[in-house]
Write a protein that binds this ligand. Structure first.
Ligand code: HPA
Ligand code: ZN
Length: 342
C-alpha cells in the first residue's frame, strides 16, 4: 500500500510541468563532460577518473564547494564548450518535464582566464535557442556577479554585457556570501535596474538575515536566491510574505553544503506553511547530486509532502518566473491539466 502510494507520487512528480529558477550552468558540468572538454582543450585535471571526481564532491561548507566549482569550470574554453554544456543540461532536464529555465552564468570565472565574454554568452545563447526549438523549453539568462571580487570588476562585466542587453533577463549575485554583503554592490545593481534588467541575489544561504534586508532595501531585488535564514527573523518573513517575494530554494544543495544536516530537517515545508513563495531548484546539480526532478522527489519523501504541496511548489515556480504573461498562462494551463488528469 505504502509502496503504491510512493509510486503514484513519483508519477505525479514526473508529470508536473517544472520551472527551474536557480541553476548555475557551470554547476551542471558532469564529470564525463569535464573529462571530454579537458581532453579537447589540453587541460590537465587533478583526477584520473570520473569516479575520483565524484568522490571528491564532499563539502563542509559553501567555500569548499566553490573551490572545486572554479577548478572544474577551467575546462570550459570555447563557444562550442559553452554550447555543449548548456545543451547537455537542457537535454537532462527535459526528462524531468522542465518547461522553462532561468539560468545563471558566471562570466568573471571565464574572462579572468582569458576566455572572451562573447564566446561564453554566444555559446550559451545558441544552446538556449536550440532548447526552445528542439525541446520546447523556454528560457532566460542571468548574468551573475562574483561577490568575492571588487564592485569595480562587476561594473566592468556589466559594461561588457551591454551589447547583449536585449538577450539578458537579469543580474544575479553569487559566490562566497559571508563577508561580501549585498551593500558592496549597490551601484552595479542600480545600473542593472536602470537598464531594465530583473535583479536577484543569493542571500541567507550562509549569510545572516541582515543580508536579506540589504538585498531587499539596497539592491531592490525582484527575487531572492535561497533565503533559508529568513526564518530567523519573523519581521523579515512577514515582509517577504506581504511582498509575495519568490525564494528559490535548493534542497539537495543545502544538504551537501551543510546548510541543513538532514533533509528531514529542511525548512521547505515550514516556509510553504508560512506563506512564503518557495520554489524547488537544483543550484549545481552535478556537484550536489541531483536535477530539479531529484530535488522534488527527495523533499517529497523526506518531508512527506502531498500533492497539494507539490503542486504549490510547481505553481510558485511558474508565478515566480520572469517570462511573458502568455508563457506563464500556458504553463499554468499545463499544470492545471496535469492536476485534473492525475
Ligand atoms: N552559492 C553561492 N554561489 C554559488 C553557488 C551557491 O550555491 N553555486 C554557484 N555559485
Ligand atoms: Zn546558487
Amino acid at each position: 500500500m505504502e509502496q503504491a502510494r510512493q509510486t503514484d507520487l513519483a508519477v505525479f512528480i514526473q508529470g508536473l510541468p517544472k520551472v527551474e529558477l536557480h541553476l548555475h550552468i557551470e554547476g551542471s558540468l558532469e564529470p564525463e563532460l569535464m573529462f571530454e572538454l579537458a581532453r579537447r582543450n589540453g587541460v590537465t585535471l587533478p583526477y584520473d577518473s570520473v569516479e575520483e571526481i565524484r568522490a571528491a564532491y564532499q563539502f563542509a561548507n559553501l567555500q569548499e564547494f566553490l573551490d572545486l566549482y572554479y577548478q572544474g569550470m577551467a575546462v570550459l574554453r570555447t563557444r562550442q564548450d559553452f554550447h555543449d554544456l548548456t545543451r547537455a543540461y537542457l537535454e537532462r532536464v527535459a526528462q524531468d518535464n522542465v518547461r522553462h529555465v532561468e539560468i545563471f552564468f558566471d562570466p568573471q570565472g571565464h574572462t579572468e582566464r582569458g576566455v572572451p565574454f562573447t564566446d561564453v554568452i554566444e555559446g550559451i545563447l545558441d544552446a538556449l535557442a536550440e532548447g526552445e526549438r528542439d525541446l520546447g523549453i523556454s528560457s532566460g539568462l542571468v548574468l551573475s556577479i562574483l561577490r568575492h571580487l571588487p564592485e569595480e570588476d562587476a561594473l566592468k562585466t556589466l559594461e561588457a554585457a551591454l551589447p547583449y542587453r536585449d538577450r539578458l533577463l537579469g543580474l544575479g549575485l553569487d559566490s562566497s556570501e559571508v563577508g561580501h554583503p549585498p551593500s558592496k554592490f549597490i551601484r552595479v545593481f542600480e545600473k542593472a535596474r536602470d537598464l531594465g534588467l530583473k535583479v536577484m541575489a543569493h542571500a541567507g544561504e550562509e549569510g545572516p538575515p541582515a543580508y536579506l534586508w540589504e538585498a531587499l532595501d539596497l539592491l531592490k531585488v525582484d527575487r531572492v536566491d535561497h533565503g533559508n535564514r529568513s526564518l530567523e527573523d519573523p519581521a523579515l518573513v512577514a515582509r517577504l510574505v506581504t511582498e509575495g517575494m519568490t525564494l528559490t530554494v535548493c534542497p539537495l544543495s543545502n544538504l551537501k553544503l551543510r546548510v541543513v544536516n538532514d533533509l528531514t530537517k529542511h525548512p521547505l515545508k515550514s516556509m510553504l506553511d508560512l506563506g512564503l513563495k518557495v520554489t524547488v531548484n537544483s543550484d549545481d546539480p552535478s556537484y550536489f547530486g541531483g536535477t530539479i526532478g531529484e530535488n522534488y522527489r527527495a523533499v517529497a519523501q523526506a518531508l512527506d509532502l502531498g500533492r497539494d504541496d507539490l503542486a504549490q511548489l510547481a505553481r510558485n515556480g511558474i508565478e515566480g518566473a520572469f517570462s511573458t504573461p502568455e508563457r506563464k498562462a500556458a504553463l499554468l494551463d499545463e499544470l492545471n491539466a496535469h492536476l485534473t488528469t492525475s
